[in-house]
Design a protein around this ligand. Structure first.
Ligand code: SAH
Length: 344
């Protein structure tokens, strides 16, 4: 059995069975434009083809364990259970501007062990399959569609490190952006990495139009190492070098995420250090107030007060670096990375 999202296997099966190519186009349309929930709903194809599908494919592998919408209706968190019993999460964020963003997971758990992250506490359970990533996207797109809305943006900022499940993430992005499939604009898909240099190198060749976010979180190796073990393998010098290559090749601005943790990486002198690091580079910094949640507070971390984050912003301005402070959404539903799955 294979997933209906596996185009290569499906078209190979059709070829073997002598089924004309346009049947795939009909299935594609039903899956990604009409969001059918089962093969039986694909009315455009004859019954024998539908039966063939039932025999060889599965429509969905994930089941919804929990779906919670925040009290203001802006955020919906979906906790999925995989066939093998792991829990993964996706979050829909409805911005006031009308833009809808989905945050997807690419791994169950995560091997990177960043000290502030709930998912990091789980360790890596396993990589998600391509179709498990696509199913999260299709599920959310359908949910929005049924409410007269559309999915505009996808961010790989859920559980896991996308650069360590590269091939499956790659195929999922292709399905999200192919015109005949979900047809999202490449620049509205953002892959967020903790800084895996070889992954960034592959990504900039395969996806020069897709957006890249980097979890920086500190302007020097000393602090970065203390909260992100990945810095031992790929220190800032190597990271910044590949990011410069990325910008030279793609001419795209990089989004730097900087989680603000009280007393850890928010000392005012670090604002200047950050400014100096990014000065002259095509960068946008997104400050994320640390989200304390169950499972993440073992290090006693607390969020940085707002006025200090604003001070960082003003300092970066002096260096010509634009920045934003991420709006916190969905606090009442544990919408920070890994918080729901951890409770399980
Ligand atoms: N592995 C990827 C993507 C997943 S995490 C990466 O590291 O970029 C997505 C973002 O959420 C990262 O910037 C991560 O550092 C941040 N994050 C993790 N735990 C958080 C918390 N408790 N509060 C705020 N942001 C957090």
């Amino acid at each position: 059995m294979f997933s209906i999202h596996d185009e290569a296997q499906l078209t190979a099966l059709f070829e073997q069975e002598g089924i004309p190519k346009f049947r795939y186009a009909q299935i594609e349309n039903a899956l990604y434009k009409n969001f059918v929930t089962d093969f039986s709903e694909i009315q455009t194809i004859p019954k024998d083809v539908r039966n063939l599908l039932k025999e060889h494919c599965f429509y969905r592998s994930l089941t919804v364990d929990l779906e919670k919408t925040s009290s203001n209706g802006q955020t919906t968190k979906i906790l999925f259970k995989t066939q093998t019993g792991e829990f993964i999460e996706a979050v829909i964020m409805r911005h006031l501007t009308g833009r809808n963003t989905l945050c997807v997971s690419c791994q169950a758990g995560c091997p990177m062990a960043c000290s502030f992250c709930a998912t990091g506490k789980l360790g890596l359970l396993r990589n998600l399959e391509m179709y498990e990533i696509v199913e999260q996207i299709v599920y959310a797109a359908k949910l929005l569609y049924e409410n007269g809305a559309t999915l505009r943006n996808i961010v790989f900022m859920g559980m896991g490190e996308p650069m360590l499940n590269y091939e499956n993430v790659k195929r999922a992005i292709e399905i999200a952006t192919e015109q005949k499939k979900l047809n999202l604009s490449n620049r509205r898909v953002t892959v967020s990495t903790c800084g895996i240099v070889p992954g960034i190198r592959k990504f900039m060749t395969d996806f020069p139009q897709t957006s890249l976010a980097v979890s920086l979180h500190a302007p020097n190796d000393e602090i970065r190492k203390s909260i992100m073990p990945v810095d031992h393998t790929y220190p800032l010098k190597d990271l910044m070098q590949i990011l410069d290559e990325y910008v030279a090749k793609t001419n795209k601005r990089i989004f730097y995420e900087y989680i603000m943790i009280n007393g850890v990486n928010d000392h005012v002198k670090l604002a200047d250090e950050l400014g100096k690091l990014l000065q002259g580079r095509l960068a946008h910094v997104n400050f994320i107030p640390y989200n304390p949640g169950e499972g993440t507070d073992s290090d006693g971390f607390l969020p940085t007060p707002r006025f200090i984050i604003e001070k960082f912003q003003r300092t970066l301005e002096k260096y010509g670096i634009p920045s934003t402070i991420r709006a916190t959404m969905g606090d009442d539903i544990d919408a920070a990375c890994g918080q729901l799955a951890n409770k399980k």
